[in-house]
Design a protein around this ligand. Structure first.
Ligand code: ZN
Length: 290
């Protein structure tokens, strides 16, 4: 099942087609994308009975205006240094436990947005994002999968100067500017993915002159702490809630890890893609006047 948020309404996606859930289900499911996470299994069962592409009310996915598939999560977790190679490029040792920070939820945005640059050191971090369906506390590793709604593509955009300016550093502020947590295009359930634990992930910058440069190219099989381990660890501390997001960390190739360092500038476009899930795109524009 592929679930999207079409202009604020829950929708099923199949290939190039998209179908409204509330109207197709005769009101059995709410149009509110946040309302469905508590009924995820029920939604999945119903979705198997629907032929999206063949439905007379289906419309072209290309005509849809997609917003974040979990637009108002109550919690957004970020995991630092969760790819061994990225830890190395950051000059930091591999953590013994997951390094956790937050992206404040008002930074969540849809898959195709403009981002105002609040500074000159805005960096990219392509990430697999886990969306939580059923929440809970103290979820064992062996049961973690049953709490996952699905995966989506995310960018953990980070203003590096702000991220590191305080002593001790407060990652959350530099990672929570407007539209700094774009996700989408869909939530893809794990049964849709042939190798859910080994997905190619990349970030490409399209420069002002149209030149494309692949900046990150990795695979989620390199995660230091698996998705299941992250769910178990986080839920030892906090209660996971339906619709919560976990940004699972980024592979090597971020701008701050390059020599010379390389950051996003006005007019550039960032394309982030994960195998089997899709791609998201941000266009960077000048920051708000101060
Ligand atoms: Zn990150």
């Amino acid at each position: 099942m592929r679930i999207a948020n079409n202009s604020g309404r829950l929708a099923l996606v199949d290939g190039d087609h998209i179908l409204d859930v509330e109207s197709t289900s005769g009101g059995a499911f709410s149009a509110d994308p946040m309302a469905v996470f508590g009924r995820w299994t029920e939604l999945g069962d119903w979705a198997t009975t629907v032929d999206v592409a063949g439905h007379p009310d289906a419309t072209a996915l290309s005509d849809a205006i997609l917003d974040a598939p979990s637009p108002r999560p109550r919690q957004v977790f970020g995991i630092g240094l969760n790819y061994a190679d990225h830890a190395a490029e950051s000059g930091l040792p591999l953590p013994e436990k997951p390094v956790v920070f937050t992206k404040f939820s008002s930074s969540v945005a849809g898959p195709d947005v403009e981002v105002r640059l609040p500074g000159e050191t805005v960096d990219w971090e392509a990430e697999l994002v886990v969306v939580i369906a059923t929440g809970g506390r103290r979820i064992p590793v062996a049961e973690a999968r049953s709490h996952i709604a699905g995966y989506t593509v995310g960018q953990d955009l980070s203003e590096r100067t702000v991220q590191w300016q305080d002593q001790p550093p407060q990652f959350s502020v530099g990672k929570s500017f407007e539209n700094f947590a774009p996700i989408g295009p869909c939530i893809v359930t794990l049964d849709e993915l042939t190798h859910a634990d080994a997905l190619g992930i990349s970030a490409t910058i399209v420069a002002v002159d149209g030149t494309e440069s692949v900046m990150q190219e990795g695979n989620t099989d390199q995660l230091v702490f698996s998705v299941d381990e992250l769910i178990a660890r986080l839920s030892e501390i906090v209660e996971l809630l339906p619709g919560d997001l976990i940004f699972t960390g980024t592979p090597p190739g971020v701008g701050a890890g390059r020599d010379p360092k390389r950051f996003l500038v006005e007019g550039e476009t960032l394309v982030t893609e994960i195998e089997g899930i899709g791609r998201i795109t941000q266009r960077f524009v000048a920051g708000a006047p101060s």
